[in-house]
Design a protein around this ligand. Structure first.
Ligand code: FES
Ligand code: MG
Length: 590
């Protein structure tokens, strides 16, 4: 199809512009030096960018370096011209002080490329946590036809006959190590065995979550997110995605046609049903902002809280990516929600069909892994949204709150859902590591651990440090977790009952900056409240005290980031970047 141009495309303003012959010559000549011919570029065929996020520095996405040949094949076969270019690397586990700092940087870079070069459409290659939201944020800002190709999770990891999933194994092993149940060697071995192949995290961490949500939003082909990276289906999906990228250019199907409020509400519901990452909250907020969709922090509770957990995948469940894919993956979870009337079926998608049409016949094939809506793994598995005098907004992921924890802290007899405990406050994770085992802190099962200076401005970037483990002495007594509160985030692979993403953060004067160790905090989860029981006069007095310390800017980007970033409740975007939506409607000047 489409060998004859159906209309004049954006790229021809560069490659075939009689009014600017000198510029056209300049634009054309350097593509020649690796063998593209002027005839191809001037043919009027769609020029499709492939935003390559894989590299040796982003191992989670490295499979895209091979998949890209199948994407190119698909683009060529459908009558397009592929142009591959790199995106800013984001490797979640390795980038200091946190990969979150780089999401907005990768976004900025991709916006410039998509706007300033002769591209008619783009394949967004995604995988590791922030590579998905940064790409979708940029696609919305520029608003050229775009389609997501996930790289897929690693194969399942095994250690000693047990499934070990990325990230989750670390949080579990470090508790065992602290309790003296395993030695260093076993800790390391279990961690290494959780990563048996190319691909991103095989748990329902932030990577699997964001790729599932890209699909739930309608931005990738049906079933794309869950295919493990080494499976042959992954290469086939890459080919089909390449083909489809050309077609959506001719159809002029843009992110703004797909990313509606209904699509985002679908994504919020899917996130609960898959036991998705708490990082989905800031990332969806950011994506919605750039798409011009009015998504409020409260929407997480209004639309997501009461959704049951259907995917039996770590950290909320037992299995990993391979079983999830074989059970039907995200379309099978969405099929359940659709039958329950919880998916808006009319949403448009990159397949060219509606979401409802995409999900036809997608019922799960393995009920141990994807449970029926009527018999879920856990009821009410979404995020609780909290407010109070410590912050205006924070969330708690209920799918990982164990029955043991619910019984201990949330269902005290005669005191349903209300828990009072003394705060122990840490300023950043160095302070936590230095002092957590200090017996003088008097930490017991009624303590609430608080960390601040971990938000977008404070860290900077907002760090995954709120899932603090209790002191070794408590772990040895079998106390696996304490309530924790923080203005940072927690890993999507963590199974801790944390109150996180607190906004506004301490570093911009949020309530956490006024908290002192020894203060009593009251958690009233049924009313969505979290307050320090400190009187107004004392709070006013503390406002005069020096603010908690935060580190200085270490790089130019850290300074720019801090000057421009909004709070986690709003997606921690670059303030004002959402003013630029749809910029590809006009052509950049020569
Ligand atoms: Fe990259 Fe988890 S660290 S996907
Ligand atoms: Mg992470």
């Amino acid at each position: 199809m489409a060998d004859t141009p159906q209309r004049r495309l954006r790229s021809q303003d560069w490659f075939d512009n009689p009014d600017h012959l000198d510029m056209t010559a300049l634009y054309l000549e350097r593509f020649m030096n690796y063998g593209i011919t002027p005839e191809e570029l001037r043919s009027g065929k769609p020029v499709i960018g492939i935003a390559q996020s894989g590299s040796d520095l982003t191992p989670c996405n490295r499979v895209h370096m091979e998949l890209v040949t199948r994407v190119r094949d698909g683009i060529r076969d459908a009558g397009g011209i592929p142009i591959v270019f790199p995106t800013h690397p984001i490797f979640e586990n390795c980038k200091r002080p946190t990969a979150a700092l780089d999401r907005n940087l990768a976004y900025l870079g991709l916006v410039e490329v998509l706007f300033g070069y002769p591209l008619d459409g783009v394949v967004l290659t995604t995988g590791c946590d922030k590579t998905t939201p940064s790409a979708l944020m940029a696609a919305s800002t520029v608003d050229i036809p775009a389609i997501v190709l996930s790289g897929g999770p690693m194969l399942d990891g095994w250690h000693d006959g047990d499934l070990v999933g990325s990230g989750t194994v670390i949080w579990r092993m470090r508790r065992k190590y602290a309790a003296g149940e395993i030695d260093r060697e076993e800790f390391l071995q279990a961690a290494l065995e959780s990563a048996p192949s190319v691909g991103h995290c095989n748990t329902m961490g932030t990577a699997s979550t964001m790729n599932a949500l890209a699909e739930a939003l309608g931005m990738s082909l049906t079933g794309c997110g869950a295919i493990p990276a080494p499976y042959r289906e992954r290469g086939q999906m890459a080919y089909r995605t390449g083909r489809r990228a050309v077609e959506i250019v001719w159809e002029d199907l843009k992110p703004s046609d797909i990313l509606t409020r209904e699509a985002f509400l679908n994504a919020i519901r899917v996130n609960s049903a898959i036991g998705g990452s708490t990082n989905a909250q800031p990332h969806l907020a950011a994506m919605a902002k750039h798409a011009g969709v009015d998504l409020k922090p409260e929407d997480w509770q209004l639309h997501g809280l009461d959704i049951p957990l259907l995917a039996n995948v770590q950290p909320a469940g037992a299995y990993l990516g391979e079983r999830y894919h074989r059970a039907g993956g995200t379309p099978a979870v969405m099929w359940e929600l659709l039958q329950a009337g919880l998916i808006e079926p009319s949403c448009r998608t990159v397949t060219g069909q509606s979401m409802g049409e995409n999900l036809e016949g997608r019922e799960a094939t393995d009920r141990e892994v994807i449970l029926p809506f009527a018999q879920p793994l856990r009821e009410r598995a979404g995020f609780l949204v909290l407010g109070g005098n410590l912050f205006d907004f924070a969330i708690m992921k209920l799918s990982v709150v164990s029955d043991e924890f619910r019984d201990r802290y949330l269902r005290e007899p005669g005191n349903e859902g209300v828990f009072e405990g003394k705060a122990v406050v840490f300023d950043g994770s160095e302070d936590y590591h230095k002092r957590i085992n200090d017996p003088d802190l008097g930490i017991d099962e009624r303590t609430i651990l608080v960390i601040r200076g971990a938000g977008p401005v404070g860290w900077p970037g907002s760090a995954e440090v709120v899932n603090m483990q209790p002191p070794d002495a408590l772990l040895k007594r079998g106390i696996q977790s304490l309530p924790t509160i923080g203005d940072g985030r927690q890993s999507g692979t963590a199974d801790s009952p944390s109150i996180l993403n607190a906004s506004p953060e301490s570093a911009v004067g949020g309530g956490l900056s006024l908290l002192r160790s020894g203060d009593v905090i009251r958690l009233d989860l049924n009313r969505g409240r979290c307050d320090m029981l400190v009187d107004e006069a004392e709070i006013a007095r503390r406002r005069g005290e020096p603010a908690p310390p935060v580190p200085a800017d270490a790089t130019p980007w850290q300074r720019l980031y801090r000057q421009t970033v909004t709070q986690l409740s709003d997606g921690a975007i670059i303030e004002g970047a959402d003013d630029f939506r749809g910029i590809a409607r006009t052509l950049p000047r020569h």
